[in-house]
Design a protein around this ligand. Structure first.
Ligand code: ATP
Ligand code: LTN
Length: 330
């Protein structure tokens, strides 16, 4: 059985891009493999966070995983900081990672903006991500397009480790969906939909109410041609709507192009909003119920135990290969 690992940060609001690029893949893989899905709270610390808000967002994201369709009986759900091996594994990998390769990471360049005050944690963040993945002997890492470079680094670190210390780490493969890997912002289809976007018109959150979804879709930036055609280069706004609609309704992009060929953008926008609302209404309802029952806490305790068991073995393999003395056993 293949091992799957992925994670999302408990910052901002989980949005449609996260769902279509990542969570939908997690749900698919939980059927076929041994999935570990994590709320990466240690990663969130790389930018300033309000402690109370971080705690709240962490529980909210874990609850949303389940509300969106992750089944704790099929996959392991947990909070990264509940498994200390992640931090320790990251240290071991920091000692084989190179400044040059981290300097090339696009996300660091974007978030650190080249400033002297950029955090060291933000710089070494991809190494913690590599530890997350490698500690589970993961075969497959389902992610959106923006994470491709980090998974490449993870593969390089695993190969370097193995070259130096023997075959210890499994080299994982990223799984980036053909459609949905880069959902664009509704207010600016040149840039990806992002939790940290300045304006809330950029994204649709998974808990967004129907009225607000309709309003944002109606205002979505398109172009002045008024011809419904899929062309990501020339018509990024319309193509983004077609892609969202297609992924949620299951209708092919060419069928949608045909369907809206005489209709113009207004109808496409309204019906895309309706498809989103249909899809998210049950997620919102399940979320509400989960909050009422409080069952997520138990799910996370069980998840952390299983994650600790798996990572303990891999971490010991790494420690031992690198020449650290095994802890004394009584
Ligand atoms: P930010 O934009 O603030 O960096 P984020 O939206 O990328 O945050 P993460 O928690 O870092 O959120 O990402 C969770 C998962 O969602 C990752 O696998 C990421 O690749 C994927 N993802 C993020 N944004 C998009 C998007 N616009 N389209 C498709 N997938 C996305
Ligand atoms: N860096 C990722 C989140 C992340 C992740 C991971 C994804 C942290 N650890 C391990 C896949 C596997 C992000 O910003 N989306």
């Amino acid at each position: 059985m293949k091992r799957i690992f992925s994670g999302s940060q408990p910052t901002g609001n989980l949005h449609l891009g996260n769902y279509l690029g990542a969570i939908k893949q997690y749900i698919k893989y939980q059927e076929e493999g041994d999935g570990f899905f994590c709320v990466v709270d240690l990663h969130a610390l790389t930018l300033p966070q309000d402690p109370e808000a971080l705690r709240k967002k962490t529980m909210e994201l874990a609850t949303l995983y389940v509300a969106a369709g992750l089944d704790p009986n099929k996959a392991t759900l947990f909070i990264q900081s509940h498994v200390p091996a992640h931090a320790e594994g990251a240290w071991l990998l920091q000692c084989i990672a190179r400044m040059g390769e981290l300097n090339r990471m696009v996300q660091f360049k974007e978030k650190g903006k080249g400033e002297e005050t950029a955090g060291v944690g933000l710089f070494t963040y991809p190494i913690l991500q590599a530890a997350d993945i490698l500690l589970y002997d993961a075969d497959i890492v389902p992610v959106g397009e923006d994470q491709k470079q980090h998974i490449e680094l993870t593969r390089d670190l695993a190969e370097r480790f193995n070259h130096r210390f023997g075959e210890v780490l499994k080299v994982p493969v990223p799984m980036i969906p053909e459609q949905g890997a880069r959902i664009m912002g509704l207010d600016n289809p040149e840039k990806k939909m992002s939790k940290s976007a300045e304006s809330a018109s950029n994204y649709i959150t998974l808990l967004e109410d129907p009225k607000s979804i309709m309003k944002k879709l109606k205002r979505a930036v398109t172009d002045s041609e008024n011809v419904v055609r899929y062309d990501r280069e020339q018509k990024p706004g319309v193509s983004n709507l077609l892609e969202i609609h297609s992924l949620l309704s299951g209708e092919s992009i060419s069928a949608l192009e045909e369907k809206y060929s005489d209709a113009g953008y207004g109808k496409l926008k309204i019906e895309t909003a309706e498809v989103i609302i249909d899809h998210l209404t049950p997620v919102r309802e399940r979320y509400k119920k989960l909050v009422e029952t409080g069952e997520i806490e138990e799910i996370l305790i069980t998840g952390a135990k299983r994650a600790q068991e798996v990572t303990g073995g891999v971490l010991e393999r790494m420690r031992s290969a690198m020449g650290l003395v095994s802890p004394y056993r009584k």
